[in-house]
Design a protein around this ligand. Structure first.
Ligand code: FES
Length: 369
């Protein structure tokens, strides 16, 4: 039976109803029920507001989609892959390698997962989720809440980690679950006839999801580094091999791997380097400040080396967040007083703050909480 987990018509995000149902221009086949509902709401809304239109009342539309889970499979001991299809059998929105979707979980959490199916495939998507028992709860919920036949709500796809078209010499550096955005890139690079190599590192082969699919593309181009075979985490020289100043390096993996590769590539001025994190970046040039909750008057002290989001989550584990890198906008709060040092990539108004990355220029920031 198809279940829309935890959602009812009154709890489905309002953006679903604001969004026009999927259409021929990238959204797949329209759903008749959603189309009818959307049409009625649009008509009523139009009649009600026809003479009172005011640009300040228009909120940006975030396009939300539904998908049915058609397959659930473990691809490593702690990684489950979910295959998603349009509920009516139509096409899902188009995407390119490196893209991710934002999943709206039944609990209200939002989490981002890279698409790791065949590049550009629209009849279905695949995502893979590593279970992190002591994380923020999103991955555990993804593992436990969804089964075949359930409906899943998502936004996107979006791509902040694109494969360049002009680069002719590519090196992919993969750490564990970091394989998800990279696998479609490898498949695309191979289709294009681009010269590529890959280094895939992990604790053991059993902890390296989708390794067989990476190897299936061209095994002679892939170096596998399993810690239990070859010793602890490879040195950066082993990761980068003979990558020269013209080699475009794409890296996705744990923070130590990412930092090591970034530092090593910094030796080559302007060497192309593309990376995606799956954990928050370290705080750089941080100074301590205070966050005051305007409604309760409570004050949290943010140390120089931690984000405001981190401290807010200690205080209230239900605090909303997703990327923790300043690009999804989930953690945005309204600022009532104080000056913000804006550090995010998502748009932040003067009176807004992305608490996962932004900091304060003043001693205290008062937020609307
Ligand atoms: S959690 Fe994504 S911008 Fe803060």
């Amino acid at each position: 039976m198809r279940r829309l987990l935890g959602w009812s018509s009154s709890t489905v995000p309002q953006s679903i109803w604001r969004s026009r149902p999927a259409d021929l221009h990238g959204g797949g086949r329209p759903d008749r029920f959603a189309t009818a509902l959307w049409g009625v709401r649009t008509l009523l809304g139009g009649l009600a507001s026809a003479s009172r239109w005011d640009p300040s009342r228009v909120s940006p539309v975030r396009r939300t989609h539904l998908a049915t889970i058609v397959k659930r499979q473990f691809v490593a001991s702690d990684v489950v892959a979910l295959t998603l299809a349009h509920p009516d059998g139509g096409l899902l929105p188009s995407w390119t390698p490196g893209a991710h979707i934002d999943v709206h979980l039944p609990s209200g959490r939002r989490r981002q997962y890279s698409l790791c199916g065949r590049p550009g495939r629209r009849t279905d998507y695949r995502i893979a989720v590593q279970r992190i028992a002591d994380g923020g709860g999103g991955s555990v919920e993804m593992h436990e809440a969804y089964d075949v036949g359930d409906l899943l709500v998502f936004e996107g796809p979006r791509n902040a980690f694109c494969l360049g078209t002009a680069e002719q010499d590519l090196l992919f550096v993969i750490g564990g679950i970091g394989v998800t955005p990279i696998l479609p890139m490898i498949q695309m690079a191979h289709q294009r006839g681009t010269d590529w190599r890959a280094v895939y590192a992990g604790r053991s082969r059993g902890h390296m999801p989708l390794l067989e699919e990476v190897m299936a593309v061209a095994p002679e181009r892939v170096t596998v580094w399993a810690d239990d075979d070859r010793g602890r985490f490879p040195k950066v020289d082993e990761l980068l091999g003979d990558a020269g100043p013209r080699t475009a390096v794409y890296v996705c993996g744990p923070t130590p791997m990412l930092e090591a590769v970034c530092a090593a590539r910094a030796r080559h001025a302007r060497a192309p380097l593309h990376y995606e994190r799956f954990s928050p970046p370290p705080v750089v040039d941080g100074a301590p400040f205070e966050v005051e909750f305007g409604r309760s008057g409570r004050v949290l002290r943010i140390p120089a080396n931690r984000s405001a989001l981190d401290v807010m989550r200690d205080d209230d584990p239900t605090t909303a967040y997703s990327c923790q890198q300043g690009f999804c906008g989930t953690c945005k709060v309204k600022v009532l007083a104080g000056q913000v040092d804006h550090r995010g990539r998502a748009a932040e108004g003067d009176d807004e703050m992305l608490v996962c990355v932004s900091r304060a220029k003043s001693r205290r920031v008062v937020i609307d909480r």
